[in-house]
Write a protein that binds this ligand. Structure first.
Ligand SMILES: CC(C)(COP(=O)(O)OP(=O)(O)OC[C@H]1O[C@@H](n2cnc3c(N)ncnc32)[C@H](O)[C@@H]1OP(=O)(O)O)[C@@H](O)C(=O)NCCC(=O)NCCS
Length: 186
């Protein structure tokens, strides 16, 4: 595993992954305030003030070197600003494992943008970072997120039954994973 500093934007065919700035607050607010988008996220819809704090936190995270280090670059579509973000955490150094997550503004879902941006993050994880495994945890009722995992070639590895209290009710968690050799062979 190699330490990584997110200093340069990452370009894909249609998108750019880059660190966010205060100017992206309205764009991030578009999804963080949307009850549909946050339904299966750990938080309730956020007001603009809270979103501004979150954007400042995300803007300050650029290093992946130690356990639990995380980054959450914004995903920019030219002419549209930030349309979503990809979360990535260095979950274990010993096991060379990362965790990935995602959220996109509703108007930009269903166009393959999330898969394109997540693929760029997996390229980073299994390329420059040199990780062995990446996993995603999700609510199994979150069909779009399940479909994205499968589209990326991730394997359904676990289903935990009512193991967490989520927004006032017991909820299951699904876990999906992919190994470096599987990502390269896809
Ligand atoms: C989970 C989430 C990121 C998935 O986004 P998404 O846009 O559905 O995912 P993708 O980028 O893979 O897009 C796939 C869809 O785009 C369509 N598509 C259109 N053009 C495409 C293209 N050029 N390339 C690929 N897919 C394309 C696909 O057919 C597919 O639609 P379908 O499911 O109707 O077949 C999104 O639903 C979301 O933000 N949800 C709310 C936040 C959330 O729950 N996050 C996860 C918490 S665990």
């Amino acid at each position: 595993m190699n330490p990584f500093e997110f200093s340069e934007p990452i370009a894909t065919e249609r998108l750019t992954l880059r660190l966010m700035t205060h100017d992206d607050t309205d764009a991030v607010h578009a999804w963080m305030s949307d009850p549909e988008v946050v339904r299966y996220q750990l938080y309730e819809p956020r007001d603009r003030e809270v979103v501004a704090e979150k954007v400042a936190e995300m803007a300050a995270q650029s290093t992946l070197a130690d356990r639990d280090d995380w980054i959450q670059p914004g995903v920019e579509l030219a002419g549209h600003g930030i349309i979503g973000s990809i979360y990535f955490k260095l979950a274990s150094l010993d096991d060379e494992t990362g965790e990935i997550g995602w959220a996109f503004t509703r108007a930009y879902q269903g166009k393959g943008y999330a898969a394109e941006a997540a693929s760029a993050m997996l390229d980073l994880a299994f390329g420059p970072l040199g990780l062995h495994r990446v996993y995603a945890e999700l609510d199994p009722r979150n069909d779009a997120s399940v479909a994205l995992c499968l589209r990326l070639g991730m394997r359904h590895e676990a289903h935990f039954v009512e193991h967490m209290m989520f927004k006032g009710a017991w909820a299951d968690t699904g876990m999906y994973g992919i190994l470096d050799r599987e990502w390269r062979a896809r």
